[in-house]
Write a new protein. Sequence first.
Length: 432
Amino acid sequence: MITLSSSDEFLNDAARQYDALPQETSQIYKKHFISIPFELKNYLEAKGGAQDEKVFISDIINGSLKDINMKFDLVLGSETVENSNAKYVAIVTQGDIDASGRMHQNDDKFAAFMNANSKSVVKITVPAGDAAKLNFLMVNSNSPLNVQVVVELGDNSSLELFELCVSNAASTSSLGLMHEIRQGRDATAEINTVHNENDKTVVLAFAKNSMGQNSQLRFNTLYNGGTHSRARNSFRAEAKDSTVEVNEVVFGAKEQKFDINTYVINQGKESHASLESKAALMDTSFCMLKGYAKVEKGASKSRSYVHERGILMDKGAKVDGLPDMSVDENDVKATHSSATSPVDTEAVFYMMSKGITERWVKKLLINGFFAESMAKMGSSSMKEISMSLINSKLETKSYGQMPQIGIKDMWIIASDVGKDGIFKGHYKYREG
């Protein structure tokens, strides 16, 4: 715990850093970044009241999300918080967390923005030996939504977390999501995030972690929404026999821009760190995949790799793959690679000659391209919703809306949306 004065100092310092820092501070990629086209702090003041927030969240859940097969343990909006799983989830203030232990220091402009302007922190605590499975819904309005998720896993515990990020902003706004993940010995975590924000929203994403011996972390992300997406992630396999697996899927259309920068670092002996990034782009969308792997001195017998793959579906689309690697230990296995190509026109022609329409040919190609990444995801919700969004976008080239998932055995209880417009967050199995 820290005192209020320390909390104020932390927030004020973050605000100063946001004003002072450039949009890219990395010495490796300082010439390669997508500029965020507006000053986020100009949009901090709420443009709608709390009552408006409650109504529009219930409208989204009763509308575009009505067919999704899950219970949301936490619903977060710019003005609304609904928490239905107090056993593992708590909403705390910035002042409730020791500032000296925070992973995201103010060395990034937009991390500083989030530190300065996050109203609350979502804290997930899974005690030793426990297993938790949680689903979060995050919805931003015309006011930016900054969500900080702090995960603490005890020894021999496990967590499967699914996060769905959507938006209903009518004017320029942002949705920021920051993760801090701490795992004890033999702890297992799978973090799954779907970004499906609308075309008025800038997406910001950050993640860092620490790990105990023989712990495992799988971090899966689909970047599908938002006008601009900017991710800065750093994952450390820091203990002996620890494992980090990062799977990134990017699907762009129209004029979307993606700037995805991820570090995977081996620190522990016999550790394993991997990064698999795949981007498929349509129209004039653009993506930079910046994967950096480092094997530090002392991480003997470890494994590390970075693989980046891109597929271009239209002539105006562009993927820049910028993998890099630094190895300071001899007895290791380490590889990095990057490859981007247009859709194989001969393969398209061949399949169409067999009677398959061009629309289905592209669907088969993209589904096959992402199949390996999807296979690595343990969460059925992550796989199902991700592929539904990808296939819907292939047909419509639109994003920000949820397609019909086609689930029959679950439904939302209508009475869970009260007269005040607040969704209570409960689902149940359809009887019969």
